[in-house]
Design a protein around this ligand. Sequence first.
Ligand code: NAI
Ligand code: MG
Length: 353
Amino acid sequence: NSYRIASVPGDGIGTEVVSATIQVVEKLAKTLGTFKIDFEHIPWGTEYYKQTGRYVSEDYLDTLRKYDAVLFGAVGSPDVPDHISLWGLLLAIRGPLQLYANVRPVRTFPGTKCPLNTATDGIDWMLVRENSEGEYAGQGGRSHVGQQWEVATEVAVFTRVGVERIMRFAFETARSRPRKLLTVVTKSNSMRNGMVLWDEVAATVANDFPDVKWDKMLVDAMTVRMVAKPGSIDTIVGTNLHMDILSDLAAALAGSIGVAPSSNLDPTRKNPSLFEPVHGSAFDITGKGVANPVATFWSAAEMLIWIGEKDAASKLMGCVERVCAAGILTPDLGGTSDTQGVVDAVCLEVEKL
Ligand code: NAI
Ligand code: MG
C-alpha cells in the first residue's frame, strides 16, 4: 500500500514537530516494509502570507483533495493577529472540507504522571469536538467600530444536521471503547436555543445506542468533574468552543499539551482528513529545539489508522511509549531531552521492530 500525504508544517514549532514526525514515520515505513508513504511539503503559513497576501494558495482545496491525508503542524505568528492566521489557514480547511469530527484522545503516558496528581492511575479519555459550526461559524459583525457605542456580535450557529451527525459519531466512539460511557457537555441553562437543541438531539440519538451509558453535564461543572473525579469520565462530546477549552484542560491534566493529538475527520471519507497536534505554534519555545514531538507522533499514528495501517500505528505508539517509559522526555514532561533526542530514541526503537 502506498500513500501520499500533504505535509503542512505552518508556523513556529509546527515546523519542528512535523519534521520530527516525518523522520520517524519514514523510518517506520522503511523498517516494516509493509507500506510506502510520501510526504509532500506544502509551504502555507505566515511566511507564505507575507509574500503572497494569502495563507493558502487559491486552489488550495483542490490541492489538498489529491492527498490521502494531511499532516498539519500549527499556525500563528506574533507578527499577524491570531484571527487572521487561524481563519487564513486552519479554519479555511476544516469548514470547506467538512472535517466535522475533531477527535482528541487524552492519555497519561508510561513514565509520566498527571501534574496535579488528581488521577493517580493516569487519565484515559476520548474527547469529541464538533468542528464545523457552533461558536466558530464566523457569523456576526461589528458596527460603529472604535466608537464608545460599538456593537460586536459573534453568533453561534447550530444546525440539526450538524448536531445529529456529531452526536452519532460520539455515541459510536463511546461504543467502541471498553467502558461505553459518554458525557454530553452543553450550557443549556443560560443558552436556551442551540444548547437545548443539543440536549434534545442527544436524547433522541441515545435511543439508538442502548448499550452506551450516557449523561449530560453543563460545561462549567464539567471542568470541576475533570479535576475532581477524573475516573468517572470516558468519552466526552461538546461544541466547537467548549471542547476547544476542555481539550487543553484535559491535556494539561493528563500530562502536557505536548502529547495531545487530534484528528479532524470527514467520516464520509469524501475529503482527506487532517491530523495535527492540539497545541499551537508556541512562540515562547520556537527555535529552541525543545518542543515535544509526541503529540504529532501520536497524530501521525491516528492518521495511519485512518488510512488503513492500523498495525504500523500501534507499533509506532509502542515505540513512543517505550521511549517515554525510559525517561527520554522533553522539559514540558519534566525531562531533559530535546526534540531531536526524542526523535533519535524513537527511531532506535523502530529499528528494533
Ligand atoms: P500554544 O499551544 O502554542 O502554547 C501554549 C503553551 O504550551 C506554551 O507555553 C507552549 O510553550 C506550550 N507548548 C505547546 N506545545 C508544546 C510542545 N509541543 N512541547 C512543549 N511545550 C508546548 O498556545 P498559545 O500560546 O495560546 O498560541 C500560540 C499561537 O498558536 C497563537 O498564534 C495561536 O493562535 C496559535 N494556535 C494555533 C493552533 C493550531 O494551529 N491548531 C492551536 C492553538 C493555538
Ligand atoms: Mg485550542
